[in-house]
Design a protein around this ligand. Structure first.
Ligand SMILES: Nc1ncnc2c1ncn2[C@@H]1O[C@H](COP(=O)(O)OP(=O)(O)OP(=O)(O)O)[C@@H](O)[C@H]1O
Ligand SMILES: [Mg+2]
Length: 317
């Protein structure tokens, strides 16, 4: 068995899992660090979904961890060997920043796809640090889209059209091995036309919930919106994943919130909670996800575990 010291000495052949040691947290951390540093994939490959899973990450409450969860779960899945596309649908462009892609005004972006009808494949770029991860950046132009879209025909279905028209989105039979396994859409903190476009485009929703006092406030409104979308625009939409973020296990408040969320949502809640961690919040200022910034940190390992859980659970039926 290799020790953490051996692992740190050099790259590990990614096809060779005989050295993969998941028996201790330290070994796991070391393995993730080494493989992430050398661009390798982690652990035994996960099964690929039969068709692209389009996951909408939404919660109209601001600052609950939507973007952080989107980019880290997406990067984690890519590190686990899945092919992933992140669509930044927030004019703030935080997901673009964290994934290290240019989102200055003028670069091809989500705005072009949603408002101008440019094919999505023409506006995607590769994330420089994580292989298998593509990004459609958001520029500040997207801020105008909420208003510009009002007068556009089929204004709620623009993103769905763009995603479904992507040549790498679809089933194994239609698209083949090149297909994306996941498309994650990072929504802005509102229930406006952009978020509505996302809810029409996806089959699955991931709702991050911050483990703090007001966390559940506003969830009712979000779930009502989801129900409205199901009835009128997208019957396939399901809340597949609730993720408790910024969890501080030392406080009774966080434990209480997590318990309440679990009572309410049962199996939809991921077993993995994401702790509050300085490394997670520092990563974006280096244009990185925590998955490459500090792959051995608790935050990175929890996001990796969450990614594994999402993949293993599979698409909702
Ligand atoms: N696990 C964590 N530990 C520490 N800080 C975190 C964690 N998750 C998120 N943060 C920080 O909390 C803030 C809000 O997170 P994030 O931007 O992901 O939320 P958001 O829901 O996307 O926000 P917005 O509604 O503005 O889009 C950020 O500064 C982020 O770095
Ligand atoms: Mg955000």
């Amino acid at each position: 068995m290799r020790t953490a010291g051996d692992l740190a000495d050099g790259p590990v052949d990614t096809a060779d899992h005989q050295y993969a040691d998941h028996s201790t947290p330290l070994a796991r951390a070391a393995e993730h660090t080494v493989r992430a540093r050398y661009g390798g994939q982690l652990g035994p490959a996960l099964p690929r979904p039969e068709a692209t899973r389009v996951v909408v990450v939404a919660n109209q409450k601001g600052g609950v961890g939507k973007t952080t969860s989107t980019v880290n779960v997406a990067a984690g899945l890519a590190q686990l060997g899945q092919r992933v596309l992140v669509v930044d649908l927030d004019p703030q462009g935080n997901a673009s920043t964290a994934l290290g892609v240019d989102h200055r005004r003028g670069v091809p972006s989500t705005y072009d796809a949603v408002v101008e009808g440019t094919p999505l494949a023409e506006v995607g770029v590769a994330c420089p640090d994580v292989s298998g991860l593509m990004v459609v950046p958001a520029t500040i132009d997207l801020a105008g889209a909420e208003i510009e879209l009002v007068s556009v025909v089929a204004r709620e279905g623009r993103l769905a059209k763009a995603i479904n028209g992507h040549p790498l989105v679809g089933t194994a039979a239609e698209v083949g091995d090149e297909r994306f396994d996941y498309v994650f859409i990072d929504c802005p903190p509102s229930l406006g036309l952009l978020t509505l476009n996302a809810l029409v485009a996806g089959e699955e929703m991931m709702i991050p919930i911050q483990a703090e006092y007001y966390a559940l406030e506003g969830l009712g409104q979000l779930l009502e919106t989801v129900e409205m979308v199901r009835q009128h625009l997208n019957p396939r939409l399901k809340v597949s994943t609730i993720m408790v973020t910024m969890y501080d296990g030392r406080t009774r408040l966080a434990q209480g919130v997590a318990e309440e969320v679990r009572e309410h949502f049962g199996d939809q809640v991921l077993k993995t909670t994401v702790p509050r961690s300085v490394r997670v919040s520092e990563a974006p200022s280096y244009g990185q996800t925590v998955m490459t910034y500090d792959p051995g940190s608790t935050g990175a390992l929890c996001y990796l575990e969450a990614a594994r859980e999402i993949a293993t659970k599979g698409a909702p039926t």
